[in-house]
Design a protein around this ligand. Structure first.
Ligand code: AMP
Ligand code: ZN
Length: 469
């Protein structure tokens, strides 16, 4: 299996640090608003990478943070006159709903920056002890960029070029730095901002240190894959490498994966440019499965332009797959189990051709566009080689194969059936039992399953209430 590594700018064979296991960290969103569909691109892409790694038999430890302390969160909290935790908690919940709608599985762990301050203080202390960081007169702690010899290795930038660039954008108040390239690890609080005690000043962490610390705590000093959108290569990921490698004395991540942008009119979709659609507003117009399908219809390293035509074509593509499954379901209705005949078994062997195509595409740096093409070939094969004359065993195998490979891309090929009230009640009861047995994973799974079907649960003092969204 080959992965394009931003570090070497080439496709490399994937060899995990520990056999059979993959440690993966994906930078998550800053939670001050609903996520937009640009933010959804890395979520969908790396969820698909995770699914494929698990299909290959790896045990994947997948960590993705929420940045819940940030200028934008604080600004919004001030505007609404509430605590910044109210804002971040609200949008974490909303983000999780969007993820469920996009069929993005919850991470093994979603750490919150504000709950990991202790680890950040420790790492900053270590960096100061090793003389990779220093405290400036106003209490700000800076990373001494030039002390880290490999700085620039990820973004392939040269320190002297950077120096020139920085001079132009030097901002007031940064005069206490030893060097213009130095970046903030810890900064003093401003009036009305959340803050924590530290040896240097009452303040809060810089953004970059959060990820270095959360990755270390949940995955260890060295990880296999670190990922995010390509705008994070510099400075965020470059700075993460500097902090982690300077503090831990080991290579941080082996493979660095970056998705290209989701554009609109060929410009990056972003909150600051105002040219965005939230996942929530899109969900009112389209089935979010169409959005997932659209995102995977291009290779993750190619820019993707959001347009009504492309969404329409994704909608048709998904419809073709779902119709094939509908037809198989129709042929299977009310049938008793039967074994496939000799001739059918021969036909079934042809499907392995499409599976190989699918696998080869995914093993070539997760080429989901080609993997989808292989699925369409399978759909065509199914449409021309199935009828109600076939045995149920044969038809069932075709259906299972199609559903399985779609599921590997996180695409739900089987149309959702409307949940009946009694099905919902039964699932809620199962969730209560799971919670009693402390099986929180199953309880969360049920909540997400229901969310996906538009059922929202509310835990109240009188018990669990539900409503259709
Ligand atoms: P942010 O909340 O801006 O830190 O972004 C969260 C994640 O979304 C990061 O991995 C970003 O690189 C990614 N991202 C933001 N905008 C886009 C976009 N237009 N296309 C693709 N990825 C994006
Ligand atoms: Zn990060």
């Amino acid at each position: 299996m080959k992965i394009y590594n931003t570090l070497s700018k080439s496709k490399e064979e994937f060899i995990p640090l520990e056999e059979g296991k993959v440690k993966m960290y994906v930078c998550g969103p800053t939670v001050y608003n609903f996520i937009h569909i640009g933010n959804a691109r890395p979520m969908i892409v790396f969820d698909t990478v995770r699914r494929y790694l698990e299909y290959k038999g790896y045990e994947v430890n997948y960590v993705s943070n929420f940045t819940d302390v940030d200028d934008k969160i604080i600004k919004k909290a001030v505007e609404e006159g509430v605590d910044s935790a109210v804002i971040s908690q609200r949008y974490i919940e909303e983000c999780k709903k969007d993820m469920a709608g996009l069929n993005v599985r919850p991470a093994t762990k979603h750490p919150l920056a504000t709950e990991e301050i202790g680890g950040m203080l420790d790492m900053i202390k270590t960096l100061i002890e090793k003389e990779h960081a220093y405290k400036a007169a106003d209490g700000t702690v800076y990373f001494r960029t030039r002390s880290f010899k490999d700085y620039g290795k990820l973004s392939h930038k040269n320190l002297d070029d950077l120096q020139g660039g920085h001079r132009e954008i030097k901002v007031a108040g940064e005069a206490t730095k030893e060097d213009e390239l130095d970046f903030v690890l810890w900064k003093p609080k401003k009036e009305g901002e959340p803050y924590w005690e530290s040896d240097w000043c009452e303040g809060r962490p810089g953004w970059h240190i959060e990820c270095s610390v959360m990755s270390k705590k949940y995955l260890g000093d060295q990880i296999d894959i670190h990922a995010g959108g390509e705008d994070l290569i510099f400075p965020h990921h470059e700075n993460e490498i500097a902090q982690s490698e300077a503090a831990n004395g080991k290579q941080f991540a082996k493979y660095w994966m970056h998705n290209a942008f989701l554009n609109i009119d060929n410009k990056k979709m972003s909150k600051s440019a105002g040219n965005f659609f939230t996942v929530r507003e899109i969900s009112e117009k389209y089935d979010l499965q169409v959005i997932r399908f659209f995102m995977l219809s291009a290779h993750y390293r190619s820019p993707l332009n959001f347009s009504a035509e492309l969404i329409e074509s994704s909608k048709n593509g998904l419809e073709r797959i779902r119709t094939a499954v509908d037809n198989l379901n129709h042929m299977l209705e009310g049938r008793n189990p039967q074994e496939a005949t000799e001739k059918e078994r021969e036909l079934l062997e042809h499907t392995s051709e499409y599976i190989s195509k699918f696998e080869n595409a995914m093993e070539d740096d997760f080429n989901t566009a080609d993997a989808i093409a292989a699925i369409f070939e399978l759909v065509k094969f199914i449409n021309t080689n199935s009828s109600s004359e076939n045995t149920s065993g044969y038809l069932q195998t075709l259906k299972d194969t199609l559903v399985k490979y779609c599921d590997l891309l996180g695409i739900i090929a089987e149309r959702k059936k409307e949940l009946l009230d009694e099905d919902i009640e039964a699932l809620i009861e199962e969730r209560q039992q799971a919670r009693k047995a402390k099986n929180f994973a199953r309880a969360d799974e049920i909540r997400n399953e229901l969310l996906e079907k538009g059922i929202i649960l509310e835990d109240t003092r009188e018990g669990v209430k539900w409503k259709r969204s």
